[in-house]
Unconditional design. Sequence first.
Length: 375
Amino acid sequence: MLTVTGLTKTFQTSEGPAQAVKGVDFKISEGEFYTLLGPSGCGKTTTLRCIAGLEKPDDGQIKIEGRLVADPSRRMFIPTHERDIGMVFQSYAIWPHLDVFDNVGYPLKVRRRRQSKTEIEDRVIEALSLVGMEDLAHRPSTKLSGGQQQRVALARALIHRPKLLLLDEPLSNLDAKLREQMRIELEDMVSRIAITTLYVTHDQSEALSMSDRIAVMSEGLIVQEGTPREVYNQPNGNFVAAFLGNANFITAAVLKQSSNGIGYLKLNDEVGQLQLSLPDQFKTGEIVEIVVRPENIRVNQNQPLDLTNVLEGKIERIDFQGGQSEFFVRVGSLLLRSVVGGVTEATPGAQTWLTIDANQCAVFTKKNLDNADAT
Ligand SMILES: Nc1ncnc2c1ncn2[C@@H]1O[C@H](COP(=O)(O)OP(=O)(O)OP(=O)(O)O)[C@@H](O)[C@H]1O
Ligand SMILES: [Mg+2]
C-alpha cells in the first residue's frame, strides 16, 4: 500500500542545512496500522509530509498502491490532491465559521468534479457516522469539545474514502483521559473500515497499544522496526530500550555460550550470574549490556529454592502507585527496578531476592551502546 525507499530531506535554515530525514525505508501493507515513533525533532512529521506531498523530498522514492508519487531523481512529484490520502494533523484545523456538516463536506465542494447536493449529503453523513457525530451535523464547530473537533477532522479526512490515512499526533491536543478514550475509538474506527493507517506519535504507550508495527526513529533514521512486542521486549539497542519505557541496564561479561544458545553471564561486582537464551553469538569475555523491563523482575521475600537467575539484594525504596508498586532494589552497585502488582507487605531495608525472567531479556554488545541518550 505504501513503500518509502531511501527518503531524505534537508531544510535550509539560518544556521545552515539541517538534515531532517536521512534515508528512511519502510513498507506498509494493506489494512495495516503502522506507527512512526520517536522523540521530538527526529523527522516523523517531515516523513509524513513527504508522503502527503506537502514537502518535496531531496532523494528517494514514495509509492502509494504501487504508483510512484515522488521520485526526485526523475523529477517526479504528484501533488497532494492527486494522492489517495486522508490526513489529520496535530493542530486539526477545522474552520470556526463553518458548522460540522460544512467542515466535513468542504473537500467535496472544492473538488473539480461537481457532485450533486444529495450525493454530498450522503457522503458527509456517512463520514460523520463513522466517527459517531451524525447527530451533531449542524452544530457550529465553535461549540464542540476537543474530542468532538478531533472527530470532525477525522471525518473530513475520510470523506474522499482514501486508501491511506495519515495521522500526525492527532490526539496530542486532548487531555489525558480524553486521549485514552479517543485512542480506543480511533483504533476501532480504523479497523472497522479497514483503512491502511500511518500514525505518528512520540507517545510510546499510544504506539504500543494501537499499532500492528512500529518504526522507532531517531535523528532522521529508523533504528528499529517490529511489532509492539518485539520493539518493547527485544530492543536492538539502548536507545529503543530506554525510549519505549522503563528498563534496567545490567553490565555483564560473557562466561560462555553453549551450542543451544544459552549464555552464562557474570555480572559486574561479582553480584551474581545469569543464564539467558542469547539469539546472537557472543565471544567469551565479551562485555555486554542486559536490558530487562521492571515487570520482568520478580521480587521474592524469601530465598527461592531454585537460585537460577536470582540476585540477592536489599529493598531501598518502594513507590506505591495504586494498582502496583515499584521496588528499587540494591544489588551491589546496581539499583534494579521491579514492578509488583497488588498489595505488598514488603518494607524498605528488607533483604530480598530478585528473579530475572530469562526469556524477557535483551542482550547487546557494548558497541551498540554509543548513541545511548533517550530519556
Ligand atoms: N520547515 C522547516 N525548516 C527548517 N527545519 C525544519 C523544518 N521542518 C522541520 N525542520 C527540522 O527538521 C527536524 C525534524 O522535524 P520534524 O518536524 O520532522 O520532527 P518530528 O519528529 O515531527 O518532531 P515533533 O515530535 O516535535 O513533532 C527538526 O530538527 C526540525 O527543526
Ligand atoms: Mg512532528
